[in-house]
Ligand binder design. Structure first.
Ligand SMILES: Cc1cc2nc3c(=O)[nH]c(=O)nc-3n(C[C@H](O)[C@H](O)[C@H](O)COP(=O)(O)O)c2cc1C
Length: 314
């Protein structure tokens, strides 16, 4: 079984990837999307979104990180895909799932799921540009407004030569509302030879097993669940119990050490408050923590609150 860390724009950046892959259990990460419109982007854009490219395309704990591209023009996507792999990305992933309005207006992300032929052309053109030994992968939802093209889209992506496919088992219209329709992944698998990775609504060991059973996939990708329980990958793999609150508080304190990369010192306070939103699903203490730090703007004040919270729980 492989477990992939999901791309999450504005949330799972290189620091979060480092943190979560240090905790362990992940086989591969995918970056936030690089938006491609009508030009070849400078190297610095790729390095900014994926600083791991400076280190052979791996997190400090050695987990490969694949660059994700989003766009609608096959040729521009292909040229930028080539740049990504030349800079050291272990393949490229194509985003056909993003529901954001701004992105869909300029015809990128999930909106493309309405245009099966275009999906095919994009994957084929990118596949031809990227050296054959490096994977070209795609990430889709089940459709834009309905699921009528789910199987056709997967077949088109397969025939265009993709190496594997992640399926987030919901349409764009279904957004992030439970449930995820894992049984639809099985339908897709019945029509393609493409290795498929199941994604959506996996929050626990039991969810992962049910998803595997209903989708027929052994590999899964996890996103929000890994933020709610940072050792979710190990929990799924080995049934390791969820990290305790004191352990988690220490992890959150360690994250403050990354401040040096932050933008004028606001990175840590902002990201920690955002992270609390995910953590409270698994840890009631995160709700209290959020109330205690919501007005704080300085990292050392937040760390002091975390230290108290960890000490109180011991
Ligand atoms: C805040 C946020 C940002 C996301 N950004 C991306 C992205 O950049 N690329 C992408 O393919 N999917 C993106 N997704 C979708 C996730 O990768 C994933 O498919 C989705 O969250 C379902 O998986 P989960 O239930 O495990 O979270 C994003 C999701 C969220 C919640």
């Amino acid at each position: 079984m492989r477990i992939l860390l999901a791309p999450m724009e504005g949330v799972v950046d290189h620091l979060m990837r480092d943190m979560l892959t240090r905790v362990g259990g992940f086989d591969l990460c995918v970056t936030e999307f690089v938006r491609i419109v009508d030009q070849k982007l400078p190297h610095k854009t790729f390095y900014r979104l994926c600083p791991e490219l400076h280190e052979g395309g791996k997190t400090p704990s050695g987990v490969p990180v694949r660059v994700q591209l989003l766009g609608q023009h096959p040729q521009w996507l292909a040229e930028n895909a080539l740049t990504a792999v030349e800079l050291g990305s272990p393949g490229v992933d194509l985003n056909f799932g993003c529901p954001a309005k701004t992105v869909n207006k300029s015809k990128g992300g999930a909106v493309l799921l309405q245009y099966t032929e275009l999906l095919h052309d994009i994957v084929k053109t990118v596949r031809e540009a990227v050296p054959a030994h490096l994977p070209v992968t795609a990430k889709i939802r089940l459709g834009y407004e309905d699921k009528s093209l789910a199987v056709d889209n997967a077949i088109a992506i397969d025939e265009a030569g993709a190496s594997e496919l992640v399926v987030h088992a919901r349409t764009k219209t279904e957004g992030y509302r439970p449930p995820a329709y894992w049984d639809w992944i099985k339908k897709i698998r019945a029509h393609t030879q493409l290795p498929v990775i199941a994604n959506g609504e996996i929050w626990s060991y039991d969810d992962a097993r049910r998803c595997q059973e209903m989708s027929g996939c052994s590999d899964v990708m996890i996103g929000r669940g890994a933020l709610a329980m940072p050792n979710l990958a190990l929990h799924i793999r080995d049934n390791q119990p969820p990290m305790s609150w004191p352990e988690l508080a220490q992890l959150l304190i360690d994250y403050s050490g990354y401040e040096i990369y932050g933008d004028k010192g606001r990175y840590y306070p902002n990201r920690l408050k955002q992270w609390c939103g995910y953590l409270k699903r698994q840890y009631p203490q995160a709700e209290v923590l959020f109330d205690n730090i919501r007005r704080l703007q300085k990292s050392d004040e937040i760390v002091a609150v975390l230290q108290q919270s960890a000490a109180a729980a011991k």
